[in-house]
Design a protein around this ligand. Structure first.
Ligand SMILES: Cc1ncc(C[n+]2csc(CCOP(=O)(O)OP(=O)(O)O)c2C)c(N)n1
Ligand code: SF4
Ligand SMILES: [Mg+2]
Length: 279
C-alpha cells in the first residue's frame, strides 16, 4: 500500500529533496503554511510566492507548487510590489529570512509596510545569517556568541514585529516553530486580511546559531521556545524586567487602512474616465 502525504498536491512533483539541514525549523514552517492552503482549499495558481536569498528563501523555492520567484538578497519585497501592482488579482506571499528582509532588505520592508500594499510577508527569524556561515545579524540577541561575534554580540537587536507595526503594517503576528497549529490559523487570517500582513516566526538554526550561541541543539532550542513564549494578552500585564528573554507570541496588530493597490486602481479608473477611455 502506498502512503500519500496529505500536502502532496501543494508540493512541486519534481522537487523531492530539501536543501535544509536536519533539525532546521524551515520544514515546520513550510508544512504549517501549506496546511493553511489545504484548510482554505486554496488554488496554488492564484499565488505568486517571492523569496530572496538565504536558507529561508528555499522554503517556497522550488517546493511550492505555484509560481515562485527566487530573487536577489534583500530585494523580495521590491519584486513582490511589482508583481502585486501588475497582477492585483494574484495572492502575493513573500517568505524569507531575517537577514534578507530586515538587514539588507530593511528599507524595502519599512516602505512596503508604510504603503500597506496587499500582500502577506512571512519572515523566519533564526537570529542569524544561516546560509552564509552564521554571521551576527540585526536580530541576534545582545550577548550571544556567533561566528563573527565570538565574545558576544554587543549590538542592540531589532524587535521586527514592533518595527513592522510602527512602519504601518495592518496585520502583525509572531509565533515560534513550536506553535505549528497557531501558525496555520494565523496564515489563514493573514491571507484573508486586506493590506500588508506580516508574520514573524522564531525558528532554530542549530547548525549556525545554536552551536555557537550556547542555545544548543534542536530539542534544546525547542524547549526554550516552549518555556519562554508568553501570549500577548498575558505579556500586556508584565513588566519589561519580567519580559526579559521572553518571546511575546500571538496576533499583535489587526487594523484597517487604505490599501496601496486599491488606491492606485482607483486613480487609474478616474484617469480613464477623465480621458473618456472606459475600457
Ligand atoms: C548583495 C548580497 N549580499 C550578500 C549576500 C550573501 N548572503 C546570502 S544569504 C545571506 C544571509 C541570509 O540570512 P537570512 O536572510 O537570515 O537567511 P537564513 O540563511 O538565516 O535563513 C547573505 C549575507 C548575497 N547573496 N548578496
Ligand atoms: S544553516 Fe541553519 S537555517 Fe540554514 S538550513 Fe541549516 S539549520 Fe537551517
Ligand atoms: Mg536568518
Amino acid at each position: 500500500m502506498s502512503v500519500v502525504h496529505p500536502l502532496t498536491e501543494y508540493v512541486r512533483p519534481s522537487a523531492s529533496r530539501t536543501a535544509n539541514c536536519p533539525g532546521c525549523g524551515n520544514g515546520i514552517l513550510a508544512q504549517a503554511i501549506l496546511r493553511a492552503f489545504k484548510e482554505d482549499n486554496r488554488d496554488m495558481d492564484d499565488f505568486v510566492f517571492v523569496s530572496g536569498i538565504g536558507c529561508a528563501a528555499w522554503i517556497p523555492s522550488p517546493f511550492f507548487n505555484g509560481d515562485v520567484l527566487h530573487t536577489t538578497h534583500g530585494r523580495p519585497l521590491a519584486f513582490a510590489t511589482g508583481v502585486k501592482l501588475a497582477a492585483p488579482d494574484r495572492n502575493v506571499m513573500v517568505i524569507s529570512g531575517d537577514g534578507d528582509l530586515l538587514a539588507i532588505g530593511g528599507n524595502h520592508f519599512i516602505h512596503a509596510a508604510r504603503r500597506n500594499i496587499n500582500m502577506t510577508v512571512i519572515c523566519i527569524n533564526n537570529s542569524i545569517y544561516g546560509m552564509t556561515g552564521g554571521q551576527v545579524a540585526p536580530t541576534t540577541p545582545v550577548g550571544l556568541k556567533t561566528m563573527t561575534s565570538p565574545y558576544g554580540n554587543v549590538e542592540n537587536s531589532f524587535d521586527i514585529s514592533s518595527l513592522a507595526a510602527a512602519a504601518g503594517a495592518t496585520f502583525v503576528a509572531r509565533w515560534t516553530v513550536v506553535h505549528a497549529r497557531q501558525i496555520t490559523k494565523t496564515v489563514r487570517k493573514a491571507l484573508a486580511h486586506k493590506g500588508f500582513s506580516f508574520i514573524e516566526i522564531i525558528s532554530q538554526c542549530p547548525v549556525q546559531f545554536g552551536r555557537k550561541s550556547g542555545m544548543g541543539n534542536t530539542t534544546q532550542m525547542f524547549d526554550y521556545y516552549r518555556d519562554n513564549s508568553v501570549p500577548a494578552a498575558k505579556a500586556a500585564g508584565m513588566t519589561p524586567e519580567e519580559l526579559n528573554g521572553r518571546i511575546v507570541v500571538g496576533e499583535l496588530v489587526e487594523t484597517t487602512r487604505p490599501v496601496l493597490d486599491e488606491e492606485l486602481e482607483q486613480v487609474r479608473r478616474e484617469l480613464r474616465e477623465r480621458s473618456g477611455n472606459n475600457a
